[in-house]
Ligand binder design. Structure first.
Ligand code: GCW
Length: 662
């Protein structure tokens, strides 16, 4: 059986005390039989029993005993909760069922983190209305950019629904995810048929399990479905026949899936069909579907990952980084109210460091959602340790300088700036059917962290890391410090031995793991470093491609000048001579050498730190991660030596420290 065994990740519920007391679980104002309240009650019983020995009696009757009450309180914000203890009795207050469920998980988290909850006083409500996971799972069971085994939703062009499905939903609810797209945005073959009779019954069954945990199911959609399913000649969004076909189709979808959330669409992107074929705009395509789905309460999430992937590398005028803004900005304000544009965090593609996409907040009349990648495509394949929450935090905290009082990316995507109600965050998830779900046990910190951050964007990367460690491994303070420090350093370490200063790419084509400095240099993908014997980097200033000018003036000016451009992004925006002096006084070439040597050494430190946890981490988990550190060191060594040798050979400049370069 594919899905038979799996770990409990952060819902292990390690024992923290042994109280053997009884509490009565009361439900006030909610229906006890409600599916989400039932899940909350079940989780509380399970978690409290395992962690504290407390027995929950699921009845109001148990007079005399202490109580835990899930209580409706309409003053609590939607999907929010208040936890209150008076020293004896504890209450979870919420205005809706999701809030009650999140409150239950928050209480369990507090217990797991070693807090005394009898006098708890805590409240929270979501920063973002939509908090979604995007699976890039294919119906043959493979996962695009998956590093954790196969899909647990699909195999052999069919759907899988088993224990693991419910376990997954629990994990997602515990981090307050409220929407899941189950299939890859590249919708091909059988996946096109997810919106037909062939799969309705199973999709419904799956969505019912999700609904028990307050999660809505969404599907990625094939824009060419009218051709592939309907036999029409085209899929022009303004063609009446096409519109009629979608009307019938979407009615059929909602007849079968009344609680369906809506569609995620990748159109005109990397070979996928879309409105451009018919001379229409992205807005024409999105609005057509949005208008049809609106009466059912559905939404259209339209991705902005649109660029020319058949570029001639000789062409230095075309700049892939510009594409999103160039295509989507002109229609700002034209997108209908149930359309959300989903925008990757950077203008290129989930590199270890990129500037924030100028579309985020650059659009100011359009619902928008931030897309990040938890799956470690360019960030180490869940082999190399790379805790990504600091990266997401940087993006959320970025000031767009739009002139609005609330001008950060977090402000825009949450709806705070524009006062809109549709927006939020989506992550390309890193799960698969491996025993530990995420390939690397430590990569679950990213899965967990994304959900927590999307719910509360004010949490710090460190808080999230510590919560995750406490729930997953229940370490003492000294060992928790070691692991937290490893996580928090890991992104910079990875950046140092791969491609620092914002240059990106240099990666092995197709797989995107390991170094290949020229791997994408002479390709059609618009991903160039433009290194020659004098310098390296892409001139995106007003003298180059003009990309820097897509930002609001304050940022545009800062990026435009290499002297004010943040150094970690220098090569993203400028072509810089190897002899250029950085703020540290080092030359650019010396920085490249030093960074790669340091990156490797620091990767070794991470591996050693992991070794020091041997006695406190469960053996199997320890071994799995250790194996990965061995591979990470091989990888870091290749990166170090290939990148340094490449630039030594290009520049002819010696390393000041005389280290071995090949
Ligand atoms: O860069 C690319 C990835 C593709 C992915 C695409 C996207 C799902 O390499 O695998 O396709 O991004 O985001 O659509």
């Amino acid at each position: 059986m594919k899905n038979s065994k799996y770990s409990a990740m952060w819902l292990e519920y390690h024992k923290v005390s042994d109280l053997e007391t009884r509490y009565s679980l009361k439900v006030e104002g909610f229906s006890r039989d409600d599916r989400i309240i039932t899940s909350a009650a079940h989780e509380l019983s399970l978690g409290l029993k395992k962690m504290t020995g407390i027995e929950l009696i699921l009845s109001d009757a148990a007079e005399g005993s202490r109580s835990l009450t899930i209580k409706k309180d309409l003053s609590v914000r939607p999907e929010g909760y208040i936890l209150k203890g008076d020293g004896e009795n504890v209450q979870i207050l919420a205005s809706d069922e999701r809030g009650a469920l999140y409150g239950a998980f928050a209480l369990l988290r507090a217990v797991a983190c070693g807090r005394d909850v009898s006098a708890i006083d805590e409240s929270a409500s979501p920063s973002n209305p939509l908090r979604m996971m995007n699976h890039w799972d294919n119906m043959d069971g493979s996962i695009e950019r998956g590093y954790s085994g196969e899909s647990f939703f699909f195999e052999n062009d069919d759907m899988i629904i088993d224990d693991r499905t419910r376990a997954y939903a629990r994990f997602m609810a515990s981090i307050a995810i409220n929407g899941v797209v189950i299939n890859n945005v590249n919708v091909k073959g059988a996946a096109t048929y997810l919106i037909t009779d062939r799969f309705f019954a199973k999709v419904k069954e799956l969505s019912e399990i999700f609904a028990d945990y307050g999660i809505r199911l969404y599907l990625s959609l094939n824009f060419a479905a009218p051709i592939e399913l309907g036999g029409l000649e085209g899929c022009d969004p303004l063609d009446e026949k096409v519109i009629g076909w979608w009307k019938d189709k979407i009615r059929e979808v909602y007849d079968n899936l009344p609680d369906f959330g809506g569609f995620l669409v990748k159109a005109d992107s990397e070979g996928r069909p879309g409105p451009f074929t018919y001379g229409r705009t992205q807005a024409d395509g999105a609005n057509m579907l949005a208008d049809i789905i609106k009466p059912y309460g559905g939404i259209i999430i339209w991705r902005c990952f649109v660029y020319n992937c058949t570029q001639d590398w000789r062409d230095t005028k075309t700049d892939r980084a510009r594409a999103g803004y160039d295509y989507f900005k002109p229609q700002d304000g034209d997108y209908h109210e149930n359309v959300i544009l989903q925008i990757k965090n950077g203008p290129m593609d989930f590199q270890i460091r990129e500037p924030v996409s100028p579309l985020l907040g650059g659009l100011h009349k359009t619902n928008q959602m931030l897309e990040v990648q938890v799956a470690q495509e360019y960030t180490g394949h869940q082999i190399d340790l790379c805790y990504l929450i600091p990266l997401y935090k940087e993006v959320l905290d970025f000031h767009t300088c739009s002139g609005e009082e609330r001008d950060t990316v977090a402000d825009y995507v949450s709806g705070r700036t524009m006062g809109n109600t549709l927006g939020g965050m989506a992550a390309v998830i890193n799960t698969g059917n491996d025993f530990n779900w995420t390939g690397d046990d430590l990569a679950a910190a990213n899965t967990y962290g994304f959900g927590r951050l999307a719910y509360d964007t004010t949490l710090t990367a460190e808080q999230i890391a510590r919560e995750w460690i406490a729930q997953t491994f229940a370490l003492d303070r000294e060992h928790e410090d070691i692991l937290a420090d490893m996580l928090l350093r890991s992104r910079e370490v990875y950046e140092k031995y791969t491609c620092p200063l914002g240059i990106g790419w240099m990666v092995y084509p197709n797989t995107h793991y390991g170094p290949s400095v020229d791997g994408y240099e002479y390709s059609r993908w618009g991903t160039y470093h433009r290194a020659d014997h004098l310098g390296i980097g892409v001139d995106r200033s007003d003298k180059g491609t003009g990309y820097a000018q897509q930002y609001y003036p304050e940022n545009a000016d800062r990026y435009n000048d290499p002297k004010t451009c943040p150094e970690e992004l220098l090569l993203f925006f400028h072509h810089i001579p190897y002899t250029w002096k950085l703020s540290t006084g080092k030359t650019l070439i010396q920085h490249i050498y030093d960074s790669h040597f340091e990156g490797y050494d620091e990767a070794e430190d991470l591996a050693k730190a992991w070794d020091s946890l041997k006695d406190v981490i469960p053996q199997e988990s320890f071994d799995r991660v250790k194996e990965r550190f061995d591979l990470q060191l091989d990888n870091a060594r290749e990166w170090r030596d290939q990148v340094n040798s490449y630039f030594y050979r290009k520049s002819g400049i010696e390393d000041e420290k005389g280290r071995t370069i090949y």
